[in-house]
Write a protein that binds this ligand. Structure first.
Ligand SMILES: Nc1ncnc2c1ncn2[C@@H]1O[C@H](COP(=O)(O)OP(=O)(O)OP(=O)(O)O)[C@@H](O)[C@H]1O
Ligand SMILES: [Mg+2]
Length: 608
């Protein structure tokens, strides 16, 4: 004899024989294969060992599923869109093994309407996050109505749903519907939830949003959620301090933004921080990769997907916020700069509406949201230009460590020595300790050798176009990383950036105005533009002295000079530089490298 399936004890035999179904019990998989894919996900997660009764072709030629709790037939094709999961939830509540996986908060789908959130799997109705005391029958009625929002639910269906095992009079239904109306405040202050269709039944008339957690998000807990963090691709060098400070900031503040130029390591640092902090969040950490969002309109959909939510309404934000309201978690919003307005609005809404959710954003510019803790990530430290730098001295600098690590992965097997340490130090300095640039250059060691690499630095165009294979398009070349920021700039800021690229060393706002201003660009354009370029990590500002000095990273400068030349402006702006800033060192030409070579360095050190 075959062992009886575990759930069969919930199948009342009279109901089975009434439908002529006795003996037909193929695996639940086969039943659910014919229903919607998400139902299958629900069942696979919760009911793997179970078997349900199945009726093929009856009644009316439909495929029907037997509710395992009461033996009622559920139609998968019409009106049963959510009826099956609701009943499976109920089954789960009766089946100890399955029930375990449904009791955890947020482990089920939920419906949001007005200030209410209905979580059928937990038999819970919340109003503004506070449980509403409502009887179990009223809750079943509400579930049936909300599942079929906008459609008539007949009295007989409602009675069958709320009193599956008993024959009851319609007056009972009326009493519970009235209780439901009171609990919802139906008809008060303009709120309308239920419409009575005389003699037939009721319609739930308020807009409803359905939020469903994907299977992967269901088996939650910090460990599971943390696995949704992308792996940190390589060992992160020289960021222990930054990671500690960020972790510290997160323990005190709910909004932390890591800001810095492209490729400086914002994502790497944010991931390390999130890994370290995940134990502090009951619902773990979610990582939202906004870099792939081409259209700001897709912001909310991307967030919902990353949170493991399926939201069926066009405006997904209210449902996301309703979901987050009851969570205690960290969200890493990665690469915000190109959707900065959407990100800032979302962050503000989360800060107001989800008191236990923290956000760590990475962006080339700040969100400017209230309560934001800004961490500006600095380049990796490089050795100073000192005579006789040894390998062991050089290796105390993270930029050199990164170079040596990446160059060593090639076939030639690079090894740092006392002999080559000074040249590696110079390469790292020229690249301003920018990890992406160091990685791109170091991985070309096999092709060029060390001397060839140092020559490469003299040729901006070649340097900017050195490519590597990586899934992230904007990290394939330095030009692509810079293009990403440049493309986001308004026209005036682009023009100012191109013109400022003539400054090979730090400059004042006054010098910037003298060079950039003309009939097209006004003084206030320059003042505002410089501030914006600092904000967007394309210029750095040294505010330590009495006069603020600005500077472009060498790679940014090389890129902007290239743009100046490509736009045919190089000659005119160089002439203007000589005329308006005669006391200053004449800038090197666009074709020259990242940084004047040693023999001219003494000149360029003069502050402009
Ligand atoms: N401290 C580090 N140690 C080792 N590798 C690093 C470090 N920082 C960054 N990298 C590497 O440099 C590259 C760029 O880093 P990352 O993606 O974190 O930069 P980002 O600032 O987030 O750039 P973007 O602004 O384009 O998003 C990656 O390949 C990363 O692995
Ligand atoms: Mg990044």
């Amino acid at each position: 004899m075959r062992p009886r399936p575990a759930c069969n004890r919930f199948l009342p035999n009279p109901a089975l024989s009434w439908y002529g179904l006795t003996g037909i019990q193929p695996p639940w998989r086969r039943i659910l294969r014919d229903s919607r894919a998400f139902l299958q996900m629900e069942a696979e997660a919760l009911y793997a060992p179970a078997t349900l009764a199945f009726n093929e072709g009856k009644p009316g030629g439909r495929r029907d599923v037997i509710d395992p709790c009461c033996g009622r037939v559920l139609n998968c094709e019409s009106g049963g869109r959510y009826a099956l999961p609701a009943n499976l939830w109920r089954f789960a509540a009766m089946n100890p093994r399955a029930a375990d996986s449904t009791r955890s908060p947020g482990a089920t789908g939920s419906f949001s309407f007005g200030p209410f959130r209905l979580i059928p799997g937990q038999q819970l109705l919340l109003e503004d996050g506070v449980p509403v005391h409502i009887g179990s029958r009223a809750l079943l009625l509400l579930t049936a109505l909300v599942e079929n929002a906008g459609e008539l639910v007949s009295k007989s269906d409602l009675i069958a749903r709320a009193w599956p095992d008993a024959v009851v009079d319609e007056s009972n239904l009326k009493v519970h519907i009235a209780a439901l109306r009171r609990a919802l405040g139906d008809g008060l202050r303009g709120n309308r939830y239920l419409a009575t269709i005389s003699g037939r039944g009721y319609i739930f008339v308020a807009p409803v949003e359905y939020v469903e957690q994907k299977v992967s998000a269901r088996r939650n807990g910090a460990a599971q959620a943390a696995s949704r963090l992308p792996a940190i691709p390589t060992n992160t060098i020289g960021r222990a301090d930054a990671i500690e400070r960020l972790g510290d900031a997160l323990s005190r503040q709910r909004l932390v933004t890591v800001v810095g130029p492209g490729g400086i390591g914002k994502t790497a640092v944010a991931l390390c921080t999130a890994q370290g902090a995940r134990q502090n969040y009951a619902h773990g950490v979610s990582f939202v990769d906004l870099g792939s969002v081409a259209d700001p309109g897709a912001f909310s959909a991307t967030v919902a997907t990353a949170l493991g939510l399926i939201i069926r309404s066009a405006d997904k934000r209210p449902a996301i916020l309703a979901h987050l309201r009851e969570r205690q978690m960290l969200i890493v919003l990665d690469t915000c700069e190109h959707v900065i307005d959407e990100a800032a609005l979302f962050v503000e809404q989360v800060m107001r509406g989800a008191p236990n959710v923290a956000i760590m954003a990475t962006s080339r510019q700040s969100l400017r949201a209230s309560g934001e803790y800004l961490h500006r990530l600095l380049p990796l430290a490089s050795p100073p230009d000192a005579i006789g730098l040894t390998a062991s001295e050089a290796l105390t600098f993270p930029a050199v460590q990164l170079f040596a690590d990446r160059a060593a992965t090639g076939q030639q097997g690079f090894a740092l020595s006392d002999e080559n340490a000074p040249i590696v130090g110079e390469i790292c300095r020229s690249l301003d300790g920018l990890p992406l640039a160091i990685e791109l250059v170091a991985t070309r060691f096999d092709a060029f050798g060390l001397f060839g690499l140092s020559l490469l630095l003299d040729d901006s165009r070649r340097l900017l176009s050195q490519s590597r294979r990586t899934t992230l398009l904007r990290h394939r070349t330095l030009a692509a990383a810079l293009e990403w920021s440049y493309e986001l700039l308004p026209r005036v800021e682009r023009t100012i950036l191109r013109r400022l690229s003539l400054f090979a060393s730090p400059f004042t706002l006054e010098a910037a105005s003298a060079l950039a201003e003309d009939g097209e660009i006004t003084t206030s354009d320059v003042i505002g533009g410089v501030a914006q370029l600092v904000e967007k990590s394309l210029l750095s500002a040294d505010v330590s002295g009495s006069i603020t000095r600005y500077r472009l990273l060498n790679t940014t400068r090389a890129y902007a000079l290239q743009k100046l030349a490509d736009g045919g402006e190089l000659e005119a702006i160089t002439r203007r530089y000589a005329e308006r800033l005669p006391g200053l060192f004449a800038p090197s030409q666009a074709k020259s490298g990242l940084q004047p070579r040693k023999k001219s360095r003494a000149n360029t050190q003069r502050k402009q």
